[in-house]
Ligand binder design. Structure first.
Ligand SMILES: [Zn+2]
Length: 626
């Protein structure tokens, strides 16, 4: 998503200035007040069960200058731009002068002293088709997801100050979040749950703290009728929380929680220690099975109907987001910022942050004895390699180039190619694992690279720090590998690396088949840039669409003579096409109109068989040993 709100240079300058604001704790009317007054920013979030269209936020602060600015943070990966849903922004004293100096920044000029800022977040209509994404906020009569960048503004210039958060919720609702309880010692609940709860006007009041603005934004809050389990691994408390729909399907919660605990045990065995003091898994019924990682919590979709069929149904996604706790949140890309309201700039090491996360999600589940979809690591690699070799983008673009367009770039950023850092990184990571095992005669593996990068996590992650870590572990030179695949593009000589373990790959191409039928070449999709039309994205330069002369970013005018203006409309018409059909496309380009006829046909896809007799190192890799 590109910024639709252009900022002037002077605005950027103004916003970038550190605002000299200090704040003092306002009276927190809950629990026991802190023994000493210390600087604080105090947030109150209220959910009223009679109006679930959104929630009210009040920020209480004391200022020492006449001007301060509040901003809505942008998440680096999923910037939902909730500044669009802020309503009723008001300030007490009412004489304050409020200016919206940027789409996501409010400036307040008022005499220094106690100031209260109030606004309401009005939730956008739930997206169709459902289910929704697990990280998107929602409210229902039995609970919802609040907090984070979808709820709270932060004070520019005061990002490092601790804050308090008070939740006023319907009386029967529980709370799960990575935020800490303000209570200490024996009164402190594990998993961030405040044991202090006060009832006020039929509402239940809970208090939490965050060490700084980044921690506040990184801590979504799951509220409502929750099921909860706890376990301790390596002395660290973990909490598993499930928010069920009212008509939830029963499932085997013992297997569900034990699978998570076994995963946690394996992750702690790999990395040696946890980067958090306590961790909260937050699962939501009714959300699709993806998730969003945080420093000490995660939100994940987990539909009870799926868990009823298989209690391990969301373990792959759970493992992925949990590995991110180390590889992304702690071993942090250099381009990542703690907190910002501006769009995340491109991140060149995402191939490692995503690819090695997938690599370890698969491996840790195998080590944990949790059922996974591919029967063996060999079968898993065969499938990944087939997808990799079937997509020429991975030869045409470097891992860093593909990483740089993974966030906040328009579709079609790679021209008539489409690729992601996940698969690229998983395949390159596997090849590097083979290099390390071979160079160290089976003494070392990628596990040692992860441990080393974790030990060096204070150093921001770049291609160079990854390369140095691999070289330190293997005692070998991987410059050529990084030159050919990470920094620059080139074909992967996979047999050279497979050969180090005693393997070789047999690659065969055959017509693609789906559900037993020849598969139509639908390697095209559309997207709506927001100007009322639909643009094309060509996914493969060898597709029937590219060969007919169409290109990514062409603006679709008509299909068989009739206008098409939305992606759902285009998708329906593409799905109706049958083998041998002819379809006429009229598109608009900056240089003029272009018309072409596409004849629908099938396409070829590679299959990979890994053959040969593994040597001892290959056998250790198959067995998932380090
Ligand atoms: Zn990920």
């Amino acid at each position: 998503m590109k910024g639709r709100f252009k900022r002037t240079a002077s605005q950027r300058h103004l916003i970038g200035m550190k605002t000299q604001v200090a704040v003092l704790c306002a009276l927190v009317a809950v629990a026991k007040p802190p023994p000493a007054v210390k600087p604080m920013i105090d947030y109150h979030l209220r959910v009223d069960s009679t109006d679930l269209s959104g929630w009210d936020v009040e920020i209480r602060l004391r200022t020492v200058t006449d001007t301060f600015r509040l901003a809505m943070a942008a998440h680096p990966e999923y910037d939902d731009r909730y500044f669009r849903h802020v309503t009723g922004f008001s300030v007490t004293p009412s004489s304050a002068l409020v200016t919206r100096v940027d789409s996501s920044v409010w400036q307040v000029i008022t005499p220094r002293g106690e100031v209260r800022v109030r606004y309401r977040i009005v939730l956008p209509p739930s997206p169709s088709p459902s289910p929704r994404s697990s990280w998107r906020p929602f409210l229902t009569p039995t609970g919802g997801l609040v907090g984070g960048p979808h709820a709270f503004m932060y004070l520019l210039g005061a990002e490092q100050m601790p804050v308090t958060v008070t939740l006023e919720l319907p009386a029967s609702w529980d709370v799960a979040t990575g935020l800490a309880s303000p209570l200490s010692g024996t009164e402190r609940g594990s998993g961030g749950e405040a044991l202090s709860a006060e009832r006020r006007g039929g509402q239940r009041v809970r208090a939490f703290t965050a060490a700084n603005a980044a921690a506040l934004m990184d801590s979504p809050i799951l509220v409502g009728h929750l099921r909860q389990w706890r376990f301790v691994e390596s002395g660290v408390p973990h909490r598993v929380v499930y928010w069920p729909l009212p008509n939830a399907t029963p499932f085997d919660t013992t297997a569900f929680v034990s699978g998570i605990q076994r995963l946690v045990r394996q992750a702690l065995a790999l990395f040696g220690r946890a980067p958090y003091r306590e961790y909260t898994f937050m699962f939501e019924d009714g959300a699709f099975s993806g998730g969003l990682e945080h420093r000490n919590s995660v939100t994940l979709g987990a539909q009870s109907a799926e868990l009823g069929r298989d209690p391990y149904a969301v373990m792959r996604e759970t493992a992925h987001e949990f590995v991110h706790t180390w590889n992304l949140m702690t071993i942090r890309p250099a381009e990542y910022r703690d907190i910002d309201y501006r769009t995340q700039p491109p991140v060149s090491s995402l191939w490692f942050s995503e690819g090695l996360t997938i690599f370890y999600a698969d491996l840790l589940l195998r080590r944990a004895g949790v059922p996974v979809s591919d029967s063996t690591r060999v079968v898993h690699l065969e499938r990944q390699l087939a997808r990799f070799l079937g997509n020429p983008a991975y030869e045409r673009f470097s891992a860093e180039s593909i990483s740089r367009v993974a966030y906040n770039a328009e579709p079609g950023a790679l021209g008539d190619y489409s690729a992601g850092p996940h698969l690229h990184g998983e395949v390159l990571g596997t090849m590097l694992d083979f290099v390390i095992r071979d160079a160290s005669r089976g003494e070392r593996s990628m596990d040692d690279v992860m441990r080393l990068l974790y030990a060096r996590a204070a150093q921001p992650l770049t291609g160079q720090t990854i390369e140095q870590a691999v070289e330190t572990v293997c005692g070998c030179d991987v410059t050529a590998f990084f030159d050919t695949h990470v920094r620059r593009e080139g074909a992967l000589d996979y047999d050279r690396y497979l050969g180090l373990m005693g393997f070789r790959a047999r690659v065969t191409w055959a017509p693609a088949v789906y559900n037993g039928e020849p598969e139509r070449d639908l390697r095209i999709f559309g997207w709506e840039p927001g100007d009322g039309g639909v643009r094309l994205t060509i996914l493969h330069p060898g597709s029937i669409w590219a060969r007919a002369g169409l290109h990514s970013r062409d603006r679709l005018v008509t299909m068989d003579g009739t206008p098409v203006t939305t992606w759902p409309e285009l998708r329906v018409r593409l799905q109706r096409l049958r083998m041998g059909d002819s379809v006429r496309f009229d598109v608009q380009r900056p240089e003029g109109r272009f018309s072409t006829t596409v004849v629908v046909s099938g396409f070829e896809r590679p299959a990979v068989r890994i053959e040969g007799t593994p040597n001892n190192m290959g056998q250790a890799w198959i067995n998932g040993r380090d």
